[in-house]
Ligand binder design. Sequence first.
Ligand code: HMG
Length: 445
Amino acid sequence: MKVGIDAIQMYIPKVVLPIEKLAIARNIDAAKLSKGLGLEAMRLTDIDEDVVSMGTTAVHRLLQQENITLSKVDRLYVGTESSIDNSKPVASYILQNIVQLDGENKSIDCDAVDFTFACIGAVDALQNCLDYIRLNPTKKAIVVATDFAKYDLASTGEYTQGAGAFAVLVSADPKIMTIDQEVGVATRGVFDFFKPKQYIETTQNNVKVKLPVVKDEPVFDGQYSNECYINQISAAYEKFKTEKAAFNDATDWDLICMHLPYCFQGRRTFIEIFIKENLLLLENATGENYKEKLRSVVKSEAYQNFVQEKIAPSEYLSAKVGNCYTGSIFLGLISALVNSIQQANSVKTIGFIGYGSGSKSKAFQGNLVENWQENFDAQSIMENFEDLVEIDFETYEKLHKNQLSQALVNDKTFRIEKIEAENLVLVGARYYAYKEVDKKVASIV
Ligand code: HMG
């Protein structure tokens, strides 16, 4: 039984800050961000967007593209680490938005739940749905990855921010890609990046109280998170090799899609695996000596060719969007597939290496089906990628601090209409509306 990705769609917000503007404002060497980390721009959620609105738009686009309704789908599984609620899943919001748009207001026969494990939650949802379809080949599932990466102002994560949502239809005999059953997993409980419940002290009626707060911005240690990423992806990849007997080395993969927290993370970290597989043992080098020798291997023609052929295709959209957390690996997949069509490359196998802080990595393999290009509507998927609203740095800071009172974009998407503040039994409930207007409200450059 072959199962995998039958169709895919995405929604990327239109508000954009070019990375050069951030570099100038923060007095960072622009070349470090563009040439060192591969960054061009970051996409930001507008004031009336969240993971529900983005996720709903991605699902709506997928259903329209495939000409099906949600009632034909048995599972709606969401991966997110930017949830709006500790109890009610984002999946239930998305389901309701779609059902209401179809003019219905009743229960439907569709299982819905969220998966959270930092950036790898949607890969977990995907694997869960693949197993479900293996057992129930006549069923269909939708996996949604929806997130925004928001870091503290002036932190080292600030230039890696981004946002986006992806909807993936999973079925038997898929039209785009089958996914093999073997998975290499590596998990270790660490504090490289997390969003803990914290407490702020305040006074209420002359009594000191501690109020719990959950911030969108993570607590993180950038260089340590890189170390954890390298350790887990290497361990998961090694495990994958033992799980899949027919797999030799990375040359078996035509393309490699990794979790990309920023554009060049894949190429900067896969070098460790490349060295091992090519027996470039760096002569037991340690410390600074190791770093120097590693750099020379990175610059070598062999590694640069490897990167250009296998990793770069998944990077092109990441450079323009930034980190979409759970969605980044799907953005990488879309980037690689669009590139493959544009370049008329013959791609058959894709190696996936997901990563989520905290931390876990999973390595697995996808195989593009014959004539997949006929079923991957690159034009429709990329439709909303252009026509952006570029903002200046001052507007960006206000948006970050939640100081804007008017949306920057009007678009054909779902948007937050209201967050209940008065009715005590509904406080915090979010309501969404589908906006048909398709024009910019503001173009602030
Ligand atoms: P950093 O300090 O910005 O950059 O940290 P760096 O010093 O590590 O590297 C800069 C690169 O630019 C170097 O390249 C420099 O040489 C180069 P290298 O040689 O080392 O490959 N450079 C230049 N190149 C050309 N021209 C120049 C120039 N100047 C310097 N003039 C870091 C990077 C990722 C740590 C930082 O951005 C950060 O803290 N980000 C947030 C956390 C993060 O993204 N961690 C990644 C791993 S964890 C993960 O992926 C999970 C995550 O997505 C969350 C989740 O799972 O939920 C984050």
